[in-house]
Design a protein around this ligand. Structure first.
Ligand code: ATP
Length: 581
């Protein structure tokens, strides 16, 4: 039995159309024409269609003939009730729907019915467009990466998440064979076998993922396949399992230990570096590649963007992960101590040293990674020495005579413009090119504000967990205000602001009034670093003051007890109180 769809004439035909009988005259017929929108009328006898009279003929022969049968035509447009109005270009003339078996006239689809049908089609298309829009949005918002290929394995659809996972833009991917775009793709194999592959581990860009590969069957044939990346990484599943384990463990102490350890250090794997913006995804893609290579990586980006997490992730993801990760902040160590810190010193190298000498960080990094942070602040003479170490692969301890072989991978980072520094003769050109083998730039937070909610969603539950409080929530308006802000201190500032608000807020809910002062000015804040530092200092003072007042309240104003609780001396407490007053 044929299913009747909304396009079939049966749904639209007029069951009581205006009809003529054999006895009708031409003048009577003309009067009827004036009442209808069609230019043709059916002549019916005993429910059967004898023929049709056209308006044109009726007018032409009005004064010559009276009998309609003389001008009746039989070349009418007859269809059965399952005729689809969507199938062919619908004729301008009425459609006469005849019963398939007995040929009786069942109804007519004239002008009015066609107008109603077109109106319905327009509405349906509008709905379809809206549905497609929603599907597209949902497709791109989905956390899972989804790719759809046709029977030849050509990519037809590719969502944002997939694009992020494989680091290829949609424009580049669409229309290309899946095997060219997706590393080790098994979608072509699934197209061949037609057998779904569910929950399979898959390595993509050095990242472990769980994937489903599902063939699409239609009318008994595989017409395509869907690839779904389910989790951002197997490490995420591990994290979920760890979280569950943590919930189950009764030993609270070890529970705290487990949750605090990674927090104190920050992200150490690419999966833990939060952000899905194109900028951070690109940086992660380069970082993953870098972890597989041996070349020196130069990480650039403003202060607080997360250069150290990237350096750690490159180390952890690479072949040297079992070796040490040794970090040196070149800006934090006084110039005269930097060389002995980096290269070590021999016994008696300095007057007053009684020990047996000390290995430097370069030596300590042997078998692992040396991370030289703020390399732009390294003095010229030290730059020459580090260059020699890189070229010769051996280090001379200060005061030593025999070079010591070293084998380390170097990752350098800076928030300075090294090219400009070279022009100003502050940075050695030869060292720059030695470092600039795999450049990795981390964009500032203001250029990837879509990462803000993700960082908050990651950090806030951890703060609650660390502080053993109820899960803290945040008002949407606070996020909106955060989107308007420029974040000169980048992720570091965001984490700092979040922590302040976490401690200040009432009833475990962060509201607009908990935002530090700078945010409550409606104007866009674009401030210099020094202005930011000054404002940050004020915020910290405000926060400190609130903390002290809170503790003083808890100990009924007893300053000795308060100092003890705050972990500071009484003198420091008095000092702070006098500064606040
Ligand atoms: N994408 C991120 N996801 C989670 N935490 C992040 C991210 N980016 C940065 N952080 C955290 O933000 C803080 C600041 O980052 P970090 O110290 O690495 O910045 P930096 O670029 O090295 O700054 P500086 O140039 O001042 O050394 C750290 O606690 C780091 O763990």
């Amino acid at each position: 039995m044929q299913m009747i769809s909304n396009d079939h004439v049966k749904q639209w035909m007029n069951l009581q159309p205006v009809t003529l009988s054999k006895e009708d005259t031409l003048p009577e017929t003309l009067v009827l024409f004036s009442e209808i929108a069609d230019k043709e009328l059916p002549v019916v006898e005993n429910g059967h269609l004898l023929g049709v009279i056209t308006l044109q003929d009726c007018v032409t022969y009005l004064y010559e003939k009276n009998d309609i049968l003389c001008i009746m035509k039989t070349d009418y447009y007859a269809v059965s009730e399952d005729f689809s109005l969507n199938d062919k270009k619908t004729p301008e003339r009425p459609l006469y729907v005849l019963h398939e078996k007995n040929g009786a006239l069942e109804g007519v689809v004239g002008n009015e019915e066609m107008i109603a049908y077109y109106e319905y089609v327009r509405e349906r298309e509008k709905d379809a467009r809206q549905t497609i829009e929603w599907l597209k949005l949902g497709f791109d918002t989905a956390y899972e990466g989804v790719a759809i290929v046709d029977e030849k394995g050509t990519i037809l659809l590719f969502n944002e998440s997939y694009s992020r996972y494989v680091g290829v833009s949609k424009e580049e991917a669409l229309g290309r064979p899946a095997a060219d775009v997706i590393e080790n793709s098994r979608l072509p194999a699934v197209l061949k076998t037609g057998v779904p592959e569910r929950s399979q581990p898959h390595r993509l860009q050095g990242q472990e993922l769980v994937v489903h590969r599902l063939p699409i069957w239609k009318n008994g044939q595989v017409i395509g396949a869907v690839g779904i990346l389910v989790y951002e990484g197997i490490s995420e599943i591990r994290q979920v399992l760890q979280r569950m384990e943590r919930l189950q463990t009764t030993d609270k102490q070890s529970e705290k230990q487990m949750s605090r350890e990674p927090l104190a250090q920050g992200p150490t794997h690419f999966d833990d570096i939060i952000g899905e913006s194109p900028g951070i995804s690109k940086a992660k893609k380069i970082g993953r590649k870098a972890s597989k290579a041996k070349a020196t990586v130069l990480i650039t980006g403003e202060s607080g963007v997360g250069k150290e997490p990237f350096a750690r992730a490159i180390h952890e993801d690479g072949s040297r992960s079992s070796g040490p990760f040794v970090a040196v902040n070149c800006a934090a160590i006084p110039e005269n101590l930097l060389e002995s810190e980096l290269f070590g010193y021999m016994q008696g190298a300095f007057t007053g040293t009684r020990n047996n000498g000390k290995p430097g960080k370069v030596e300590l990094a042997s078998g692992g990674t040396l991370f030289l942070d703020e390399i732009g602040d390294m003095p010229h003479t030290t730059q020459a020495k580090i260059l020699r170490v890189l070229q010769e692969k051996e280090v001379d301890r200060v005061g030593g005579t025999t070079p010591i072989p070293v084998d380390f991978r170097l990752i350098a980072a800076t928030n300075k413009d090294l090219k400009k520094q070279m022009e100003e003769d502050k940075f050695r050109e030869d060292l720059f090119y030695r470092l600039h083998v795999m450049p990795l730039h981390i964009p500032p937070l203001r250029d990837r504000k879509q990462d803000i909610p993700l960082i908050i969603a990651d950090r806030l539950p951890k703060l609650s967990e660390e502080n053993e409080t109820q899960e803290t929530t945040i008002e949407k308006e606070v996020l909106e205000r955060m989107f308007q802000y420029d974040w000169p201190g980048n992720v570091r500032e965001l984490l700092n602001v979040l922590e302040q608000m976490f401690h200040l807020c009432e009833d475990d809910h962060i509201r607009l009034e908990d935002l530090p002062d700078g945010f409550n000015e409606q104007t866009q804040v674009t401030e210099s670093l020094s202005e930011w530092q000054e404002r940050k200092q004020k915020q910290e003072e405000k926060f400190e003051r609130k903390q002290i007042e809170k503790v003083l309240g808890e100990v009924d104003g007893n300053k000795s007890k308060a100092a003890k609780r705050l972990g500071i001396s009484r003198a420091t407490l008095y000092n702070k109180l006098s500064r606040f007053s």
